[in-house]
Design a protein around this ligand. Structure first.
Ligand SMILES: O=P(O)(O)O[C@H]1O[C@H](CO)[C@@H](O)[C@H]1O
Ligand SMILES: Nc1nc2[nH]cnc2c(=O)[nH]1
Length: 303
């Protein structure tokens, strides 16, 4: 599959602008919060009001969802009266998409007027402290494909999106992480909500024992096959980022382990715990003062 024309990204500023204008001319929604639903987490959309949905296949330049548990719909709607847009299904490198296709919707979010992105995913735990069904607030990440040059910002930089060398040491908003921890305590969730470091691998296979041990030694608390490209592009274009990772399985760190992960089990646990993820996000959004946060986004966002 060829996504790069010469050394040009297949998703130029004009492609992004055309897609955003197509959407803006078909909806009255003007979202401020963009939510990316991970594997099996599509039901985060369920309680939104005034919903309007577009199938990915009908949106110009949008890739198609090919993975079970990723519905393939862009849904506009309000959560607690805050205007949101949801990706019910994301794109992954292992589907054969280039990094610019994987992250294309994040740039569309930006051009739609979104200021905060909430990413969610399903991941396997490497930390002995996490149990299946726990929620990990993403504090930081390790971009393993990025180390090998599989990086969404490689190639010519378009300054209309952001600067050539973006800072990543504060990728995940400290203020939103604190809000998440406080909200978890109020909901009585503290026993199963923890902060941690997420590591991305390209997939599609799950880890060998030796790989899992290496990722753990490197400082990863959980591992998955997504999220980091989206977060990187969001930070590059000045969006505020918050991330939640649902622990759907334990990654075997020992050859004697009986654990054998598969995607069906990942989806089963995601669907079982999606309501918890949903109530945490809703409670956070209810408390979230968009105007106040916008001011601090502008102050903090020096990129
Ligand atoms: O990261 P999300 O999209 O939630 O999905 C996770 O679950 C799938 C594997 O079961 C992989 O795609 C992995 O990345
Ligand atoms: N790489 C990887 N991705 C996952 N997504 C959900 N669980 C896992 C896992 O154990 N490993």
């Amino acid at each position: 599959m060829m996504h790069i024309k010469g050394n040009q990204c297949c998703c130029s500023f004009d492609d992004c602008r055309n897609t955003a204008e197509w959407l803006l001319s078909r909806t009255r929604h003007r979202p401020k919060i963009g939510i990316i639903c991970g594997s099996g987490l599509g039901l985060l959309v369920d309680s939104a009001s005034r919903k309007q949905s577009f199938r990915y296949e009908d949106i110009p330049n949008f890739p198609a969802s090919t993975v079970a548990g990723h519905e393939g719909c862009l849904v506009f709607g309000d959560l607690k009266e805050k205007p949101c847009v949801f990706m019910q299904g994301r794109f992954h490198l292992y589907e054969g998409y280039s990094m610019c296709k994987v992250t294309f919707p994040v740039r569309i979010f930006k051009l739609l007027g979104v200021e905060t992105v909430i990413v969610t995913n399903a991941s396997g735990s490497l930390s002995q402290d996490f149990k299946v069904g726990d929620i990990m607030i993403i504090k930081d990440h390790i971009n393993l494909p990025g180390f090998a040059g599989q990086h969404p910002l490689c190639g010519p930089n378009d300054e209309r999106f952001g600067i050539r060398f973006p800072c990543m040491s504060d990728a995940y908003s400290e203020e939103l992480r604190k809000l998440a921890l406080d909200t978890s305590a109020e909901l009585g969730y503290s026993d199963f909500v923890h902060e941690g470091v997420y590591c991305m691998v390209s997939g599609p296979n799950f880890e060998t024992v030796a790989e899992a041990r290496m990722l753990h030694i490197l400082g990863s608390d959980s591992v998955g096959m997504s999220t980091i490209p989206e977060v990187t592009v969001a930070k590059h274009c000045g969006l505020r980022v918050f991330g939640l990772s649902l622990i759907t399985n334990k990654v075997p760190l020992d050859y004697s382990s009986e654990e054998k992960v598969n995607h069906e089990e990942v989806l089963q646990i995601s669907k079982m715990r999606a309501e918890m993820v949903q109530s945490l996000i809703y409670a956070m959004i209810a408390k979230y003062d968009i105007n106040e946060l916008n001011q601090s986004v502008q102050m903090n966002c020096q990129n």
